[in-house]
Each structure stands twice: as structure tokens, then as C-alpha cells.
Design a binder for this molecule. Sequence first.
Ligand code: PLP
Length: 287
Amino acid sequence: QLIFLDGNFVKKEDAVVSVYDHGFLYGDGIFEGIRAYSGNVFRLDEHLTRLYDSAKSIMLTIPYTKEEMAHIVAETLRKNDLSNGYVRLVVSRGVGDLGLSPYSCPKATVLVIAEPLRIYSKELYETGLDIVTVATRRNRSDVLNPMVKSLNYLNNVLVKIEATLAGVPEALMLNDQGYVAEGSADNIFIVRDKKLLTPPGHVGALVGITRNAIIDIARSKGYEVEEAVFTRHDVYTADEVFLTGTAAEVIAVKTVDGRVIGDGKPGPITDELLVSFRELTLTDGYK
Ligand code: PLP
């Protein structure tokens, strides 16, 4: 496996970063999770836009242009012989001294890892997920904006721990006011009377690229989609609930906190959107 690290492709064993890197010391950095399907890097431009917007927001200079970065991502997949795979792109503040100040870090660290995918089993797509809501809250969007996909993922890690302790693969985070925000690494949609609802970014959701693709697909099929603030009650009583994300794609939810959603099987709209999403992934990409 070859990893892109600061301008070179190096073996996995040699891909090491300094203990003085502020990404390690402070979680000072940003990342993207991207996916390639049959050689197409799905919506790479949107991922890079989010990356460069995140960088701008935290005053981090990425030492490559967007075009160069697109090429690096495609090249990392090629070097690893992967036409289907998951790409992790990380830009950290770089090496500095022990102080918090990013001004001691002259150059960002950039790394790109491409791996085969590890996703939910085929069976889980057919049955849907059991999920729970957890005590960990999404950080307030006016404090650390969820639009910045930063390396501070401690909330999300805590969600994963709570989910694991509850014996389920994924969990839902509420925001500090108790409104539904998102999963540990997925967005949530609920369907009621054929209308789709998903929380807006300001509730504390990352505006996911899969989420946006699903909104486009659903609207093109004539479904009404609204960004809306909603509670657990709305989730429990929805006709369908599904999660979206780069790794998960579109996956149905079977139960939430023990409440069976609909008739306990992936709903027709969820299934329809998954099929269309998979079709889109084969055409809509960067080569
Ligand atoms: N929410 C969080 C916190 C995430 O980390 C991710 C993954 O990137 C998502 C949602 C889903 O976003 P996307 O569809 O862009 O992968």
C-alpha cells in the first residue's frame, strides 16, 4: 500500500508524522472521506470545495491547488490499483512547537490514504440498522461549525463508544437543545407521507455530500424534501428513516431506541433512492 505524504508516495510502514504535528497535539486540521466507484471519484469537486472551505474557515493554507489535489487523489487510487475504494484525505496544521499557536507551524502536513472499502454487510442493507440515541451531544454550530470537517472528532468517537456499548452499529446525536442532528458519520433523513425531512446544518449536522446527492435525486423524482428541525418523536413515528454518508451510502434504519420504524423493513422510498444513488455513482465522478 502506498500513501501520499507531503509530496511523495511512501510505503504504509514509512508513512509517519511527527509527534510535534499540531494535528496530533491538538486535532488542528481537517479531513475528507471520499469514495471511488469503478474508477470514478464520486463528487470529488464537492469534497474538495468542502475541504478548501474548511481550511479557509480555520485559516489553514493547503500547499496545493484544488486541481493538484484532485490529481493527487486520483493518483493515490491508481498507485494502489483501486478502482473501487475509500480515500482519506487529511490536512493538518503541520509541525510546530508545543504551544497552541498555529503560527509556529510553517507548513501543513498533507496525506492521502486509499483503501478497499469496509462497509456495512449486504445483509444490513436488506434488514436495516438498529440504532439508538446517545447522551453525547453535537457541538453547537455557533461554537465549532459542523461545516468544518475538522480533526476534532471526539464527539463522534464518543457516539461510537456509546453505540458499541449499546450493541448497535450506529447512533444518533442530538444537539444541545435536544433536536436530532446526525449520526457519528452519517446524516439522517426521515420520511413521512412521502415527504423527506433532514436537519439543516445549523442544527449541528455536517452538510454531507451524499445527503446533497440524495436531496437532488429525491427532488428529481418528484418527492418533496425539506430541511427541518425535528425531535426524536418525529423519528420514532416516521414511515421511513435512513442514513446517508460516503461510507454508508444510503442505509435503512429498522429501529430507533427500540421503536420499530414503519413495518420494520427498509421502506420503498429508501430502496428507490439507494438504487438511483448507486446508478449516479457510476457516472458522476472524476477520473
Ligand atoms: N456527518 C458527519 C459527522 C460525517 O463525518 C460525515 C462523513 O463525512 C457525514 C455526516 C456524511 O457526509 P458525506 O455524505 O459527505 O460523507
